[in-house]
Design a protein around this ligand. Sequence first.
Ligand SMILES: *Cc1c(COP(=O)(O)O)cnc(C)c1O
Length: 411
Amino acid sequence: MSKPVSRHLPQTQFPVVDDCLQVGGMPLTRLAARVGMTPFYAYDRRLLSERVQQLRAALPKEVRLHYSVKANPMPALVQHMAGLVDGCDVASGGELKVALDTPIRPADISFAGPAKTSAELEQAIAGGVLLTLESEREMEAVAAIGGRLGVRPQVLLRVNPDFEMKASGMKMGGGARQFGIDSERAPAVLRRIGALGLDFQGLQIFSGSQSLNASAIVEAESRTFELAFHLARHAPSAIRLLNIGGGFGIPYFPGEQPLDLMPISENLHQWMPLVNTTLPEAKVVIELGRYLVGEAGVYVTRVVDRKVSRGQVFLITDGGMNHQLAASGNLGQVIRKNYPVLVGNRVAIGEHEVVSVVGPLCTPLDVLAGKMEMPRADTGDFIVVLQSGAYGLTASPTGFLSHPLPGEVLV
Ligand SMILES: *Cc1c(COP(=O)(O)O)cnc(C)c1O
């Protein structure tokens, strides 16, 4: 018996008209002419806005949404997100600059990262943003810089919890980590924050990323609230902000199903009354990157050559892992699986064949789709990698083989 073939979910976010994908309300072929080059990334404003609206409809009204800029720091996109979310989280001086250029208030920007330099800390303190303290050394440095600048730094303590989000693509808490301060050490650090006269704002407890398992997220959120209640007793002042992390994933691979928000929503609705009485001043924040922007973006590349080698068809494109590393399977995957890939100007109609789509680099690692069935494509056709709105361009080794940078548009 052969096992059932698992497939990608059919894409529904981008309309298809006359067998051509529409991005930003425009046929892909015309968008390519507008951009003036391939390869390029395109992010669809309508999809970005709809995603935030749908999420807000599901979550308790008082839960705030922050955008994690590292998922996609394109300035125009961050500007667009700034009009939709309640704040954002940055992880470098470069991201901080992009965030400060938006209308988001500095007090609604938090700056995390385990190796912030003195220059970055100074920028953040002078800018009036919330510093997410990641170590005791950093806490002392922040107090010293604040003293020097004559500014009282606003700080969050990032806590490395004693649990992790189960079934998450990337575990970022629990066990030994380079992020944050171990929860058992946190009470002493909270007292020290008070002694140093830092303006304590609250806690950030982040336990995982890219989870499609609602019950794992529910469990992590519940344990996060319990930990926050425990730590609040040691805090130098009331918790005004409680960042419970995020971890909401999106489906990338065959067989994956979208995250079911219902259980997460019910769990948060159940917790909020107790949160409001236990931590009456706390704003609860969920921080999300890929869930907000990942499905709104495509990476578009053009077929330069079509080659048959010993019976296998290769479509060779003008961009690949140098621009879209994750789709090539080289960003943290153990077994390479295909992202959803399609022929943008021949989405469904015509004779189908099994092909491998490979990029222009001289390495066998440069694969965008391995042995996928798609309509027969030829030189000049557009290959589209879906689910490319997050961790795309800035998570890729663009210098590798010295090809030009791709275009990037918000449409
Ligand atoms: C990367 C990161 C995120 C965003 O993760 P996504 O999977 O893109 O939602 C959120 N919080 C912290 C602390 C992060 O490091």
